[in-house]
Design a protein around this ligand. Sequence first.
Ligand code: SME
Length: 160
Amino acid sequence: MYDFAPRGDQPKPELYADLTSAAKALVQGEPDGVANMANVAALIWQFLPELNWAGFYRNIADELVLGPFVGKPACIRIPLGRGVCGTAAASGETQVVPDVHAFPGHIACDADSRSELVVPVIRDGKVVAVIDLDSPIANRFDREDAEGIETLAGIIASSI
Ligand code: SME
């Protein structure tokens, strides 16, 4: 059993420090990428409030393919450059989208989603996956969330 217990009232820097150290401990010594992505998606879900989807898309032969996640069933394949995830994967840059309805080409997987954060996971200079977080609250994600998930992505990049 793993018993990571976010306090719920932590300032974001502390929350992300706890999330990333929990993730580091979970993936340490485990070579199976699917198991690691599944546990990290579950950790994100446990630590971060106000999410309706949290998980991975993997870059397979230059197409994003759904990976482990928590939330409703989602689109399985996303071409690079399409939607928020495809844009993050093609550019290698984090996308913070305060209002998904205003993002050209946003792919609606869950009608509840109002804002979104997508962070590329980069290994050996290549985007191997993206971490996608959706929220039913508009403007849910800020620079601190982006930086927290970017740090997490760096920590797990060699374990997925
Ligand atoms: N909204 C995403 C698609 C993935 S789902 O949100 C899980 C996008 O536009 O890339």
